[in-house]
Write a protein that binds this ligand. Structure first.
Ligand code: OXT
Ligand code: ADP
Ligand code: MG
Length: 577
């Protein structure tokens, strides 16, 4: 559709922003309208962009962030000034922490008034606030700079280590007009926004030597490896070397979790026992116990376990962040893995496979753990527990490997991660580096928008509450999202009591027997109350088949969870003991 401003010789700031995004292949905006960006949302839609309007900016921001992860193009979140900006900022910061490319575009108030602090409508120095919390932040004051501003934001978001970028667009900018031809000429189509970064040959050689001489090698695949979309080469590297691998949560499915070389079911055995560990697109942060301490066989909580590390990462500063990296390979994962493969292929049949002792010991641990899990999954207690409910989800994903799985909670997260096998890359998206609650519905919306296929969100009842109002968004856009709320009446458990005997319930406890399914029904979606695995199975299968917005209130034994799921030990009182 063409609007007035485009048929005259003038073009305004609104249309320059839209055209700059479209020129760079960006076709979707996740946001929430209001002063000064309401018209921008209308015009974007009129110009053929998909405008997904949310109920809270944090959820729009999370949607943009995960769209960035899934597509390698920056996801766009659009917010109003001050409060809307701050709501979106949470997601922008989380995106930066997780290395997801995203641009938060926010309208802002009048610069002259903001800078003199004269009390403008929604006054805030947004650029200054955003700057320390994201990868880069820019402000555009003149229409003729919109092209440069958008181009810089795109490059900053996707090049090198991806991250969140803030783009500040003051209200006055949108109404500025300029000559249409000059305006369009000022726009920039970014050439090669995420240039390949080829690793140095000697760095690759050093890494290959270390691996070749390893007795008990291990590969760890992180979400950077999933992001890189170098799936075939990563699989070839793993299979040609024969090295067992551990997938981090969002790298599950990069190779199918049922792959014989997966050591996921022997995690606590392989980490301390490995002698050379090649980390591909993962940081040695808290999720990997900082690469040291007892998890890695260290003699004390901070002691080095003796492993040598190869680290493949695009960020040259990542190496040595926690332990010594003996062979850093700096570059984009696609190029690094291709270079490693080249070296391995050059060795022909001489590339040594890991010893039978090492592989045999891992297989033994795996079989024991898998058998143990099989026994637990086979039980059918009443009420359902995490295992009996997740046994259903495991089968559904196995039967529908293209379904996107969103996951958040504590027990609802940790049990899902270890029980539900993933079969394809980038199908599992979750709480990420911060373990943040609230990504659920934003991620689910974007997963449905980006993939065009069904999405299942396994949500703790607390986790769901952070973004639950977006079930209206899911219904409004008729998205094929099935939310399964694991309802155990609270955070971790529903059984805590107020020690004073007073009328307030314990801080971790919710309304007992709540019916989250009614929320979905309120907006025209399908609500199901499931109290048995059979009811749950029927409802999830029907949701995937029908593609109707669905919320299943899955009743879980309120005594079944543990404090903080698998990370109980991070609570200060556990540390004190
Ligand atoms: O080797 P061992 O024997 O150890 O066994 C391991 C594997 O070998 C084995 N395994 C298998 N066995 C058999 N077969 C297969 N296939 C298999 N695969 C694995 O299983 C075990 C476990 O394997 P895993 O998971 O790989 O290993 P492990 O040791 O757990 O790994 C360590 C970690 C650290 C990598 C892993 O635990 C991990 O990724 N953890 C992430 C944890 C996380 O991020 N948690 C979320 C945060 S918790 C907390 O902060 C919450 N809050 C506070 C809050 C937050 N977060 N955000 C905001 C904005 N505000 C507040 C809140 C409010 S959680 C929460 C809500 C909770 O309540 P809900 O109602 O939502 O949820 P419920 O708990 O359900 O009630
Ligand atoms: P996980 O949580 O799965 O362990 P992290 O988020 O900690 O993963 O680590 C991801 C790592 O991947 C980051 O250090 C980031 O720099 C790196 N990374 C992201 N994209 C690429 C890429 N295309 N090439 C190389 N490294 C990348
Ligand atoms: Mg719960």
């Amino acid at each position: 559709m063409t609007t007035d401003t485009q048929t005259t010789a003038e073009i305004d700031g609104f249309h320059l922003v839209i055209e700059a995004l479209k020129l760079n292949g960006i076709d979707t905006i996740y946001g929430l309208p209001g002063i000064p960006i309401t018209d921008l949302t209308r015009m974007a839609q009129a110009e053929g962009m998909r405008m997904i309007s949310f109920r809270h900016e944090q959820n729009a921001g999370n949607a943009a962030a995960i769209a960035g992860f899934l597509t390698q193009k920056p996801g766009i979140c659009l917010t109003v000034s001050a409060p809307g900006f701050l709501n979106g900022l949470n997601a922008l910061t989380n995106a930066t922490t997780n290395c997801f490319p995203m641009i938060l575009i926010s309208g802002s108030s009048e610069r002259e008034i903001v800078d003199l602090q004269q009390g403008d409508y929604e006054e805030m120095d947004q650029l200054a606030i955003a700057k320390p919390l994201c990868k880069a932040a820019y402000r555009v004051l003149h229409a003729e700079d919109i092209g440069v501003g958008v181009a810089r934001a795109i490059r900053a978001a996707v090049s090198g280590r991806p991250g969140g970028v803030y783009l500040d667009l003051p209200a006055k900018l949108f109404a500025q007009s300029m000559d249409a031809e000059a305006g369009r000429k000022s726009l920039i189509k970014v050439i090669d926004p995420a240039p390949r970064q080829i690793p140095a040959p000697d760095a690759v050689q050093r890494a290959l030597e270390l691996l070749k001489n390893a007795k008990r090698p291990l590969i760890i695949l992180g979400k950077g490896a999933a992001y890189a979309q170098a799936d075939a080469d990563i699989r070839a590297l793993v299979e040609k070397t024969g090295i067992p691998y551990l997938p981090m949560s969002m790298a599950k499915g990069l190779l199918p979790d049922t792959h014989p070389q997966s050591a996921a079911a022997a995690r606590s055995y392989v980490l301390p026992e490995a002698d050379v560990v090649m980390v591909i697109g993962a940081r040695l942060n808290w999720l990997l116990s900082h690469g040291k301490g007892r998890t890695w066989g260290g003699k004390s909580p901070k002691a080095w376990g003796g492993q040598k590390f190869v680290q493949i990462d695009i960020s040259p500063q990542e190496a040595d962040s926690n332990v010594r990296i003996d062979a850093p390979v700096v570059g984009d994962i696609g190029s690094c893995v291709a270079a490693m493969l080249h070296g391995i292929n050059a060795a022909g049949g001489n590339w040594p496979k890991p010893s039978g002792d090492w592989l045999g010991a891992i297989d033994q641990r795996k079989s024991t753990n898998i058998a143990k899990m099989g026994e637990t999954l086979a039980k059918n207690p009443s009420p359902m527990n995490y295992h009996s409910a997740l046994n259903v989800m495991r089968d559904v994903i196995k039967g529908n490997p293209d379904v996107m799985l969103v996951n958040e909670g504590a027990n609802a997260l940790d049990f899902t991660r270890s029980i539900v096998d993933m079969y394809k890359p980038r199908k599992r998206i979750d709480v990420g580096t911060w373990g943040v609650m609230g990504i659920g519905m934003g991620f689910a919306v974007a997963a449905a928008v980006v993939s065009g296929g069904p999405v299942i969100a396994v949500e703790g009842d607390s986790a769901f509450g952070f973004s639950g109002m977006e079930v209206e968004t899911i219904c409004r856009y008729n998205l094929p999202v099935c939310v399964v709320v694991f309802n155990n009446n609270g955070v971790y458990k529903g059984t805590d009591v107020n020690p004073t005997g007073g009328p307030d319930v314990a801080p971790t406890v919710f309304v007992k027997g709540a019916r989250y399914d009614k929320m979905m029904e309120a907006f025209g979606g399908v609500g199901v109350h499931a109290t048995t695995p059979a009811e749950l199975r029927a409802a999830v299968e029907e949701a995937v088949r029908s593609r109707k917005p669905t919320l299943i209130n899955a009743v879980i034994d309120e005594t079944a969870g543990t404090e903080s799921g698998r990370i109980t030990s991070l609570n200060p009182s556990a540390k004190k003991k």
